[in-house]
Every structure is written in C-alpha cells, then in structure tokens.
Design a protein. Structure first.
Length: 305
C-alpha cells in the first residue's frame, strides 16, 4: 500500500492498522533523523503504519525534539520492536539507549488492566497447560506459573491477554468453573492486583501493626477500647481536646498510667470514635481517619486530636 498523504513529514497509509495496534512513544533519537531514517530502524520488526517526529514549531524550519510516535500495523510488531530496542539499542551520537513505551493515549490498554491472577491451579500444570486452558478467550501475551526457589509450582499463575475484554470473558467463563487435581477448592480467576492495590494493602498492614504496638505499649492491663464506657471515652476526649491532663487525675489513679500514656490512650479513643462514625457515613474512609489520629501520636504537643 502506497503512502496516502504526507503531512508535516508524517508517513501515513490509506489502510488501517489492526484494532489492537499500539501507538508507541520513542525517545532518545538523534535530532537530525527524519521519518525516513526512523522507518528504516523500525521496519525490521514489522510494517509501519505511521511515524511522526515531534518538532518544535517555534523554530524555522521546525526542529526535531529528539522523539517521535510510531504505529505499526500489528500489536505484535510494536511489542517486538519494544523488546529489541527499549533500554537496549543506543543510536549514533546519543548517550542513552532508546526509550520506547505505549503513548499516553494507550494507557487505557495498560498491562494491569489485562492481567489475570489464576489461583488454585494444579501443581502439575506448566505454562503450556495454562495457555491451552485460556487461549479460547483470545490472544495471550504472557503466561507465567509462580514458582518457589526450588522451581516447583506454587499453584498459581499470571495470564496477560491482548485486550481487557478477553480477560473479562475469561473471568466470566473460568472463575470457580472446576476444581483441579490436588486443589482444595475451585479455580480462582480474577484481575491481578495493581500497584495501587498492593500499596493500599501495605498501608493497611502498617496501620494494623501500629495499632497492635500501641495496644501492647499503652493499654497495659486494660482489655481495650471496647470495654470503656461512653462516659470514660468522653472524659478522655474532653481532656485531650482541652490539653488539660489534670482532668485525668481520677482515671490516672484507676488505670495506673502516666500522663503521656493516658494522652496516647485518649488519642486512640478519638481514633476509634472517628472510625466508628466514618464506618456509618457514606463515602467515608475509616483508614484515612484512623491514620490521621495515629499521626497525632507522633506529635503529643498538638491538641487537635
């Protein structure tokens, strides 16, 4: 197919690339290179649909910014080019290797949106067995069994499809559809945790640990906030909000605690009350509320718990 038009130096064709083709951003290319040289660089990996060098239009003539967009006709060609060039090949006159990744507009098709976690997999299965099982739902880009240091399967795998729709179809059809050999419950098929999910879980674990440490260090012989009467909680919160530790005298004698321990306990009481309130309010986030209250523990001088 010949070139349909040539606007602003871009190479453009009359026919269209595959529906799942990816537009790639490419950085660290010589500013002297035009679309022609770039086409020669990319064509060994597959037919090129379009190349567009980013240029600074404020200069006359417009000068290359040292980066471009390239779209291959097939997704496979784009991924092969990325595997061969990204952080690997350094072009003449450049100090750093080529940077090649999906353009911002392609992030809607990010790997994390198409990657599945497969749990309760028979430990006898290998990658090929998993591919055969999931290939009816679409093109698989990557399939990996999770293995221990001994190389043996841990009974779970990751499968990345070309599109999110394929991954969704696989979940609908396969989740809990069968119990595999040697497994105690049916197969689990769900989207793999994203980086955001992992970070949130890590924060929750940290919070739980902090609460546990405070429980051990501060509460002493108290059984916990659940055993405190509303009047007791009110006294604690009132004393903290007014920064008047003298109001603790009765409680202090009863619990056998020093002033700082009681102030910490009061902060925890406020955190528990806030978390309870948040739990009953729509769109509230008990985690952030409790984290804020815990932050006050690191600054005992502040009274706005």
């Amino acid at each position: 197919n010949g070139t349909a038009n040539k606007m602003n130096g871009a190479l453009d064709h009359s026919d269209q690339p595959d529906p799942d083709a990816i537009k790639m951003f490419v950085g660290q290319i010589p500013r002297s290179w035009s679309e022609k040289e770039l086409k020669e660089l990319f064509e060994p990996y597959g037919a090129v649909y379009q190349i567009n060098v980013l240029r600074d239009r404020s200069q006359n003539p417009p000068q290359s910014k040292g980066c471009c967009f390239v779209t291959f006709y097939t997704r496979k060609a784009a991924l092969e080019a990325q595997n061969a060039l990204h952080n690997i090949k350094t072009l003449p006159g450049m100090h750093h290797p080529i940077q090649m990744k999906p353009a911002d507009s392609e992030k809607s098709n990010a790997v994390e949106d198409r990657k599945l976690f497969i749990g309760m997999v028979s430990k006898k299965c290998n990658e090929n067995d998993i591919r055969v099982m999931f290939s009816p739902f679409g093109q698989i880009e990557e399939c990996r069994i999770l293995r221990g240091p001994d190389g043996l399967s841990r009974g779970c795998a990751f499968v990345t499809f070309s599109t999110r729709a394929m991954a969704q179809n696989a979940i609908k059809a396969m989740h809990q559809s069968q119990t595999m050999e040697g497994c105690s419950s049916p197969i689990v098929v769900k989207f793999a945790d994203t980086q955001k999910d992992k970070e949130q879980r890590r924060l929750q674990q940290q919070l739980a640990q902090q609460m546990q440490q405070l429980n051990t260090a501060t509460w002493g012989n108290l059984t916990g906030l659940g055993g405190l009467t509303p009047q007791y909680l009110a006294l604690l919160q009132q004393a903290t909000s007014s920064s008047n530790l003298g109001a603790f005298s009765g409680i202090q004698q009863m619990a056998g605690m020093n002033a700082l321990q009681l102030q910490n306990l009061a902060t925890l009481a406020a955190a528990a009350a806030a978390a309870q309130t948040s739990a009953t309010t729509t769109n509230a986030n008990p985690l952030s509320t409790t984290t804020g209250a815990l932050g006050a523990l690191t600054s005992p001088g502040k009274s706005n718990t």
